[in-house]
Design a protein. Structure first.
Length: 326
């Protein structure tokens, strides 16, 4: 074996420094600003941009997906790369192959991996053994890519140029405390946002989730409020809701409907908000439960702009984690 070939093999086997996006807390304020800046730039300037030519993205799905699957796949294609859709049922994981082995093998084939899983701990374990960046495409704990697109949408629709100006916007989430509200708490803590979470007592966030958010807010001006009173929606500039029964909690559907029926986003609730309030929903929606069909139709521009922005923020995430400069 020649010295040149030996050198190549040594370099090939040395893991490159990599960054994952498993939680909003994985990002600094400056990184969040950079992601928004890149996403807005790519949305306005470039639909097709072959900067990721020769790169491959693996998309692992344990749960059904529309927006996450399509936005990541299209983002990779429009950036010149290749997405591979990997249904977990078709991988050897179904037959018992360990996360450890799967992660190491896929790292040898792919440049970056997105994983949509039931357990957050599974994504953390996968990222531990992966030598390429891993993105959380949704778990029971967080949905960071969705929330980045949401804040981008708030900035766009409220015509906010600087992240710091978001502090003047009152953001209210109403409904079940889930991965969406957890990520909203996280980004509010990091960016010092004025955020209110409203949910029935039995569906308020877990103590460990609140404790982590309040660790960040103890020395800042952040106004994070937790309430079970729907009147806390007063003067909201953003109202955000999600399904009452998330994937994996289907057996609790009837119980949740009874507990959450007073937390519906409807015309009556919207009488309390500011005149220019933006209504958001991460979709899919169950019209008539967490949000009425009338409100969905009236605010479909903001909700579908929110869905579109998943594409643009995914592009920014891919470029950032792959450390691609342009």
């Amino acid at each position: 074996m020649t010295l040149c070939v030996m050198f190549f093999l040594i370099i090939w086997r040395v893991p490159m420094t990599k960054k994952n996006l498993l939680s909003i807390y994985d990002l600094s304020v400056e990184e969040v600003k950079l992601l928004f800046s890149q996403a807005f730039y790519l949305k306005s300037k470039y639909k097709y941009f072959d900067i990721l030519k020769g790169k491959t993205l693996g998309l692992i799905f344990e749960k059904p997906s529309t927006r996450t699957m399509v936005s990541f796949a299209v983002a990779m294609i429009q950036l010149g790369g290749v997405p591979l859709l990997l249904n977990n049922k078709n991988l050897q994981r179904k037959r018992g192959e360990s996360i450890h082995d799967t992660s190491i093998v896929l790292s040898r084939y792919l440049n970056i991996i997105m994983m949509r899983a039931f357990k957050h701990s599974d994504v953390e374990e996968f990222a531990k053994y992966s030598t390429v960046p891993v993105v959380n495409g949704l778990t029971d704990y967080e949905h960071p890519c969705q929330i980045l697109a949401d804040i981008m949408t708030i900035m766009e629709l409220h015509r906010i140029q600087a992240v710091e100006a978001l502090r003047d916007i009152k953001i209210v989430y109403i409904g079940d405390s889930n991965n969406i509200s957890n990520s909203l708490l996280a980004i509010s803590a990091i960016l010092d946002l004025n955020f209110t979470l409203i949910a029935p007592e039995e569906y308020l966030p877990e103590k460990k989730i609140l404790s982590k958010a309040f660790e960040y807010t103890s020395l800042s001006k952040t106004e994070i409020k937790i309430s079970s009173d729907i009147n806390a929606t007063e003067n909201a500039d953003v109202i955000y809701t999600d399904v009452w029964t998330s994937m994996g909690f289907e057996s609790e559907a009837n119980k949740r409907k009874k507990s959450l029926k007073y937390y519906q986003v409807n015309d009556e609730l919207l009488k309390k908000v500011s005149p220019n309030c933006v209504v958001l929903h991460c979709l899919p929606a169950v019209r008539g439960e967490e949000i009425t069909s009338e409100v969905m139709s009236k605010h479909e521009n903001s909700i579908f702009t929110q869905a579109e922005n998943r594409l643009h923020i995914q592009k920014a995430i891919l470029l950032h984690l792959l450390n691609i400069k342009y």
